[in-house]
Design a binder for this molecule. Structure first.
Ligand SMILES: C[S@@+](CC[C@H](N)C(=O)[O-])C[C@H]1O[C@@H](n2cnc3c(N)ncnc32)[C@H](O)[C@@H]1O
Length: 245
């Protein structure tokens, strides 16, 4: 086993640079607020840096701790909430779009003893720390779901699956990472295409969820939205629930 792989499933840190910057800049602002000058005079203008940097530090550090809480605790509650939005038969074919280190993929696989779950990802280390097919495969093994899961390296916007392949499609915090709108819409159309009639897509994100919902409605799906728990999800997440008739 490579030295970097843990003995317990490790679902990684989402957007590690964002987390690092919140704490780093927050700590810097705090230092200036505590040890900086009381007043700075630039010509005719006087600035009071302590309150300004104090508030900024407070804001960034609170955000940092909320994000850390989501990464270490909240995302497991959010996974369970997402998966509870489907009534499981146990034989579904599931797709996790942007599965990262397998949080939803492993969770779904445990609910389908007679089914199969496939995860696709482009393994970006900017979007997820320590992201790789190998790390995810290791988690799936530790969770005991290796035999009913498959990992594929492919993009949400260019899936190779035939039309109407999956009963359930899940995705958490993936699609906002596709920055250009046409490609994001292509990914949504791919989700609609590979979803079976009668199937359900559960797409969770912190932004663009209005766009996802509108596009699914345009594609003829029945759509509702549900907010993630405000305490355990940071940034606040919304789940788009789309059913294909
Ligand atoms: C913030 S992580 C979330 C991972 C996982 N869904 C979770 O909730 O733990 C976002 C994931 O989306 C993946 N991703 C980004 N763009 C993608 C794309 N175009 N197609 C597939 N996956 C993508 C990244 O590699 C990363 O693993």
């Amino acid at each position: 086993m490579p030295a970097t792989l843990s003995v317990k499933p490790d679902y990684g840190v989402d957007a590690p640079a964002v987390m690092r910057n919140l704490f780093l800049i927050g700590a810097l602002c705090l230092l200036i607020a505590v040890f900086g000058p009381h007043i700075i005079t630039l010509g005719q203008v006087s600035i009071l840096p302590k309150p300004m940097f104090g508030w900024t530090a407070g804001f960034l550090l609170v955000e940092g701790f909320l994000f850390l809480f989501y990464v270490k605790v909240g995302k497991f509650y959010h996974r369970d909430k997402m998966l509870s939005l489907h009534t499981w038969r146990g034989d579904e074919l599931v797709l996790d779009v942007g599965c990262g280190r397998g949080l939803l993929l492993a969770g779904a696989a445990k609910l389908i003893p007679d089914g199969h779950a496939t995860g696709i990802d482009v393994w970006s280390n900017v979007d997820m720390g320590g992201n790789s097919a190998e790390a995810t495969h290791h988690n799936l093994k530790l969770e005991g779901v290796e035999s009913r899961t498959t990992l594929l390296s492919e993009s949400a916007a260019e899936m190779t699956f035939p039309d109407a392949t999956f009963d359930v499609i899940v995705s958490n915090l993936c699609l906002h990472n596709i920055y250009d709108r046409p490609t994001r819409l292509r990914a949504l159309h791919e989700i609609v295409r590979v979803l079976k009639p009668g199937g359900t897509a559960l797409i969770s994100d912190y932004k663009h969820t209005g766009e996802y919902a509108a596009e699914f409605v345009d594609c003829g799906l029945a759509v509702t939205k549900k907010r993630g728990d405000p305490i355990t999800t940071f940034p606040p997440l919304t789940i788009v629930i789309a059913r294909k008739s």
